[in-house]
Design a protein around this ligand. Structure first.
Ligand SMILES: *Cc1c(COP(=O)(O)O)cnc(C)c1O
Length: 312
């Protein structure tokens, strides 16, 4: 544990950042009453982290909050991080770095130099240095970064691993739970690199946590979460692997139509990579009678709407 004066300066820096970036926290909690089979016997709420900020995607803010505050405290002025061509993490980090005057080097999986995605166009506009890596180097470097072992020759440079999922991400994510005004029996959320699930588990909520895998990653995803938790709090969570729809970013017509339908009926915008798969899984679980009648259920809307923009 850091001495409390350090903890105080970190908290002060985090509060300052929250105000400077105009983060709208706490995010709203919204009652959700879909006409899905089995849903009328349940009490369903949505935590709208997609509304935390128009550009900084919901759970990426939660994960970056204390990491960015730490950079401010230590006067770090350069960051290296990783992601795919549509990464919500790089997008959120790129925007924050531009606003805070921190240099960002984004190492991107694959070569998009001829056809940059809208995400990469935004990064370039925000002054990010872009480096494209082939699959092998990307894998090597991200594994080192996740193990906190990627070295840089520059001083005052910090590496943030892929997805922003690192131990420093956990306390920011845990704040989602302290914002809730009531108890829930079940909390459902999408899982990509495991940081958000680990953050919720680390706060030991009374609710049972169900991560919905958005990619094919049985055992692998569980291991990522366990690594972040470092042996603590291993109970009351699981990852469901039947709802990834064929893999990361895979979205068939049914899923697309489902996202539109929810958006039309309840005015909650969904994208097919994360929140669409979460809501679709919730619908199927409710239909199967997975939850006891009367259960209080929270769906965590993690944001991610920028990633849904078509490649241009
Ligand atoms: C990155 C992301 C996730 C995945 O979160 P992890 O902490 O990586 O598991 C979920 N939803 C959205 C919208 C995201 O951008």
């Amino acid at each position: 544990m850091p001495p409390s004066s350090d903890a105080n300066s970190l908290n002060t820096a985090a509060d300052t950042l929250t105000a400077r970036l105009e983060i709208q926290s706490p995010s709203p909690l919204q009652l959700f009453q879909p006409d899905w089979p089995g849903a009328s016997e349940l009490q369903i709420w949505v935590k709208r982290d997609d509304l935390l900020h128009p550009i900084i995607s919901g759970n990426k803010w939660r994960k970056l909050k204390y990491a960015l505050a730490q950079l401010q405290v230590e006067n770090i002025d350069k960051v290296i991080s990783f992601g795919g061509g549509f990464s919500n993490h790089l997008h959120a980090l790129g925007y924050c770095c531009q606003r805070l005057g921190i240099a960002l080097e984004a190492r991107i999986r694959g070569d998009y130099s001829k056809h940059p995605s809208p995400m990469i166009d935004d990064l370039i506009r925000w002054g990010t240095t872009i480096k494209y890596l082939n699959k092998r180097s990307y894998k090597e470097q991200t594994e080192l970064a996740a193990a906190n072992a990627l070295t840089t020759d520059e001083t005052h440079t910090r590496v943030i691993p892929e997805g922003g999922s690192q131990q420093q991400a956990l306390p920011g994510v845990a704040e989602i739970l302290s914002e809730l005004p009531r108890d829930f029996d079940h909390i459902l959320l999408p899982v990509g690199s495991g940081g958000t699930l680990a953050g919720l588990v680390s706060a030991s909520p009374g609710a049972k946590l169900h991560g919905i895998a958005v990619l094919k990653g049985q055992d692998y995803l569980e291991q990522l979460v366990k690594n972040l938790l470092d042996g603590a709090n291993q109970n009351h969570w699981q990852i469901l692997h039947d709802y990834h729809g064929g893999g990361y970013g895979k979205a068939d017509k049914n899923l697309q139509a489902f996202c539109h339908e929810v958006e039309e009926n309840s005015a909650i915008p969904l994208e097919p990579v994360y929140s669409g798969k979460l809501f679709c899984a919730a619908r199927q679980l409710m239909e199967k009678g997975y939850f006891n009648a009367g259960s209080k259920i929270l769906l965590l809307h993690t944001g991610g709407l920028q990633g849904a923009r078509a490649s241009g």
